[in-house]
Design a protein around this ligand. Structure first.
Ligand code: UD1
Ligand code: UDP
Length: 355
């Protein structure tokens, strides 16, 4: 019997990281074919993760690239419709909440193909976020919904989605555990940057609500500049472009880097004194690494990190960021929140049970 075909649609940095453990678990059980939409195309946002994480090369790259939301998603939808018609997969697998996720969900649903969503049920309850729209549509179209947290299951239940919902844990925790030893053995990022454990803060900024709002972006950089510690900032190209456009200077204590690979990132995370970020994935990695996190947003989808006392929402206001940095420390306890590190195998077994 030939193996069932799964078309996994990925396109942006965090999706390569999420797909790596799932691809490993599917190997030998399914004929998985990765479709790269081309949403991210710089080496440091895309190819490096394939090289570092053993992710199989994509079966095809649609080469869509950047654009407005409608343009980017629309072009992906056109190309995916054609690709899925040729590939005729048994399942379409989508990850997270990017425009690649949305296009994948729409293409599968319109083609009448069963759709499985990894990282289902996340909500910020802020529809001004492009990701919130993507998640809502993806979850309402999916046949199988793989939730990383109990909160995600409850969010779906509130929207009337009960069938096909499975609490499996977080595939980003799988990736974190699987790669930590390799990161410790192979990354020399601390030496390269001349920094030591606990001697710096790590920051990332790329969320549209921060980068596209001059007030928010300048508030965040004002705060970073007033931190009494060196700041390491691997910078998303979107943010680099908008800092230049708004004429916002880089403070003297902030070292700006190009985007880093996953292994360097894990080492910078686990050795940081504090993490300041508006990333979804990095809030969780801070928790997993036992490093306090200031989230530069007004809300988070990863509410359990806040409830556990390890994550503080500060928005982009310099006073709030600085006072949280100075006054707040997390508790000693850090209960497990994201499963047992085997979410990917659970996803594989649930897909097999359907086949
Ligand atoms: C996207 C996702 C976001 C996710 C993030 C992960 C959407 C709506 N947003 O945001 O949820 O957290 O990826 O990093 O899908 N650019 C480059 N090189 C690249 C890719 C992008 O320079 O390889 C620049 C372009 O100027 C582009 C801008 O970054 O216009 C934004 O890229 P885009 O993929 O639209 O959104 P992200 O901000 O990366
Ligand atoms: N990441 C990375 N290099 C970087 C910045 C982030 O490898 O320079 C990793 C990070 O460790 C996490 C994921 O990318 O695993 C998060 O992706 P991102 O912040 O781009 O998106 P989000 O999670 O907010 O959707």
């Amino acid at each position: 019997m030939p193996l069932k075909v799964i078309a996994s649609i990925v396109g942006a940095r965090p999706q390569f990281i999420k797909a790596a453990p799932v691809s490993r678990a599917l190997a030998g059980h399914f004929d998985e074919r990765l479709i790269h939409t081309g949403q991210h195309y710089d080496y440091g946002l895309s190819e490096i993760f394939f090289a570092e994480m053993g992710l199989p090369a994509p079966a095809c790259n649609l080469g869509i690239g950047s654009g407005s939301h409608g343009e980017q998603t629309g072009q992906m939808l056109i190309a995916l419709e054609r690709t899925l018609a040729e590939m005729r997969p048994d399942w379409v697998l989508i990850y997270g909440d990017t425009n690649s996720t949305l296009a994948g969900a729409l293409a599968a649903a319109k083609a009448g193909l069963p759709l499985a969503h990894v990282e289902a049920g996340l909500r910020s309850f802020n529809r001004a976020m492009p990701e919130e729209i993507n998640r809502l549509v993806a979850d309402h179209l999916a046949t199988l919904l793989f939730c990383p947290t109990e909160a995600a299951v409850q969010n779906l239940e509130r929207e009337g989605i009960r069938e096909g919902v499975h609490l499996v844990g977080d595939v980003m925790y799988d990736a974190f555990l699987y790669n930590l030893a390799a990161a410790r053995a192979r990354s020399d990022v601390l030496r390269r940057l001349g920094i030591r454990r606990g001697g710096y803060a790590l920051a990332t900024v790329h969320r549209a609500g921060n980068t596209d709002d001059a007030g928010n972006l300048s508030g965040i950089f004002t705060a970073l500049g007033r931190l009494p510690i060196p700041v390491i900032l691997p910078l998303h190209p979107r943010t680099r472009k908008l800092l230049a456009q708004f004429g916002i200077p880089i403070p003297a204590n902030v070292t700006v880097l190009d985007p880093l690979g996953y292994l360097d990132m894990l080492i910078l995370e686990e050795n940081a004194e504090c993490i300041l970020t508006d990333s979804g994935g990095i809030q969780k990695e801070a928790y997993l690494a036992g490093v306090r996190c200031l989230t530069l947003r007004e809300e988070t989808e990863w509410v359990e990190t806040v409830e556990a006392g390890w994550n503080r929402l500060t928005g982009a206001d310099p006073e709030r960021i600085l006072s949280a940095y100075v006054d707040w420390r997390p508790p000693a306890e850090r209960p497990p929140l994201y499963g047992d590190g085997h979410a990917a195998e659970k996803i594989r077994d649930l897909l097999r049970a359907q086949s």
